[in-house]
Design a binder for this molecule. Structure first.
Ligand code: HEM
Length: 506
């Protein structure tokens, strides 16, 4: 009898809780205008069921948008308490990233970005505002403009020669190219952006993969922000904190070293030729900025550059190599171009890379088929905005599916095939003006490292094709070669790329 009473009370309590939450959810979900169409939803969880499954998010959202989105390329999803809008057409991408760029120039503050990226006091995940503007300007003027990127060519050459030496020591044997290229790229980013390679770099590269998957994964607190009582029991926050505790001391060390150098006078008074952390440490000391550059901000910016610079560019090289292995015709044509352009030379000069029109098209086609950040970094709506007759509510999350747009048969002939020739004699570029092709995004939040990223991908590829022939490991053929993708904010290969290098017959 007692048990029955307890059951009854628990059941009544559960029902009241359910109705309370449901009523609140209905109130919150109300928008002042018409939302874009979307799939059917359930009370409380909204469309969460539609987002489960094994497909990576960009593919899943691409399929959902085809079935439930508007013909103009917009779809609304209710993700728990959060409205989200998925943009899947060239025309709508232009509306969100150009016409209404300012309204969508913010980023949502997510648990993962707050825990892992120093409370979002950095550039990539920072909400739109003075701090973002100030730090982005410093990064662009001190590190990422075209002149500075060109000046890194000797560091790039040096790192490429180390990579080539390692490959030469592994001739005829299977070599894990995913790992090698990730290490090469992290060295290159460190030496260009931070002055030198630091202790803990290899560990940080490994941690980055986990961070990327956490930033791109479902987090209870971000979807049900008002259910505060459950935040500590549901979700990945503890895992994030654990990673942060490993990452933080590595970065702290780098900053301390720069501070010591500043004290001993090794960081000169003139900023020219100095690395970005040196510049930031000096600005921290000197003050005088609209917003103070704190220790935490320096750490956040360091992580941005290390993460953005390393993962995206190495992913691009690995996908380009994978596609060329899968398409021997493209491989042979690109290799013939490189060998012809540099015939008889031991050293490939960066200025000569300009001539490699076909290889450039290979990289562009790779970025179309495998954009490393296929949903861009999520945007957040800053003010209610009407787009194409639909009302986008304040705080709605906006995901631009550049993967879906890059494979849309309305803009691309035979979109599933890897055909670099489509970029030959074409005016389409990746500067954010051609909305059918947005591997670096567009508008105020466009990737500031696009020139650095493109050059860092093109130059190593030219060397790999010039100096070696490449074979698939025994038992793997062009048809069985795996091209499955991972899930995460940046999308690489699910399995590592393993290839056998051989010296070319001269
Ligand atoms: C192939 C290489 C790269 C690709 C495909 C890529 C792609 C992207 C994309 C899609 C975004 C989001 C843009 C948006 O929301 O509209 C982004 C942002 C960003 N990228 Fe890159 N990126 C690459 C290389 C780099 C490099 C080398 C750096 C720096 C060293 C860098 C630094 C950043 C930063 C700081 C942001 C945030 C910008 C902001 O929110 O204002 N990226 N990148």
């Amino acid at each position: 009898m007692e048990a029955a009473i307890i059951n009854f009370i628990s059941f009544t309590f559960f029902l009241s809780f359910f109705f309370l939450v449901h009523t609140q959810w209905k109130k919150k979900a109300k928008s002042s205008g018409k939302l874009p169409p979307g799939p059917w939803k359930l009370p409380i969880i909204g469309n969460l069921l539609h987002l489960s499954g094994s497909l990576p998010a960009h593919r899943l959202l691409s399929d959902l948008a085809k079935r439930y989105g508007s013909s103009s390329g917009l779809m609304h999803l209710q993700i728990g308490e959060i409205p989200a809008v998925i943009v899947s057409s060239r025309e709508m991408a232009k509306e969100f990233l150009r016409t209404h760029d300012l309204a969508f120039a913010s980023r949502p503050e997510l648990t993962a970005t707050k825990v892992l990226f120093y409370n979002c006091w950095e550039v990539a995940f920072s909400p739109y505002g003075d701090l973002w503007r100030q730090m982005r300007k410093i990064c662009v003027t001190e590190l990422l403009n075209a002149k500075i990127v060109r000046s890194f060519s000797s560091i790039r050459n040096d790192e490429i020669h180390r990579l080539l030496a390692h490959i030469r020591s592994s001739l005829g044997r299977p070599l894990n190219m995913s790992q090698r290229i990730a290490l090469f790229m992290s060295s290159l980013t460190c030496r260009s952006a931070l002055g030198r390679v630091f202790t803990g770099r290899e560990e940080l590269v490994e941690l980055l993969e986990e961070m990327s998957s956490l930033v791109g994964s479902f987090e209870f607190a971000d979807v049900f922000p008002s259910w505060k009582l459950l935040h500590s029991v549901c979700g990945n926050k503890n895992r994030m904190l654990k990673i942060h505790r490993k990452v933080d001391p590595i970065i702290e060390n780098i900053i301390k070293e720069h501070e010591k150098k500043l004290e001993s006078g090794e960081l000169g008074g003139d900023d020219e030729g100095e690395d970005i952390i040196g510049v930031l440490v000096k600005l921290e000391r000197n003050g005088g900025h609209q917003l103070p550059i704190t220790h935490e901000v320096i750490k956040g910016v360091f992580l941005d550059i290390f993460a953005a610079g390393t993962e995206t560019s190495s992913t691009t090289i690995v996908w380009a190599l994978s596609e060329m292995m899968k398409n021997p015709r493209v491989f042979s044509k690109a290799q013939a171009e490189v060998r012809e352009a540099f015939r008889g030379k031991e050293k490939l000069e960066e200025e000569d890379m300009e001539e490699l029109l076909y290889l450039k098209s290979v990289v562009k086609e790779t970025l179309r088929c495998h954009p490393p950040v296929p949903l861009l970094i999520p945007r957040e709506c800053r003010e209610e905005t009407v787009v194409c007759g639909y009302t986008i509510p304040v705080k709605a999350r906006v995901l631009v599916n550049v993967f879906a747009i890059g494979r849309d048969p309305r803009y691309w002939e035979d979109p599933e095939s890897f055909i670099p020739e489509r970029f030959e004699n074409s005016s389409i570029d990746f500067m954010g003006n051609n909305f059918e092709y947005l591997p670096f995004g567009s508008g105020r939040r466009i990737c500031p490292g696009l020139a650095f990223g493109f050059t860092n991908s093109l130059s190593p590829l030219a060397h790999l094709l010039y100096h070696f022939d490449w074979m698939l490991p025994p038992g793997i053929t062009v048809d069985t070669f795996d091209m499955t993708e991972t899930a995460g904010i940046s999308v690489g290969r699910k399995t590592d790329l393993v290839l056998i290098p051989a010296t070319p017959i001269k």
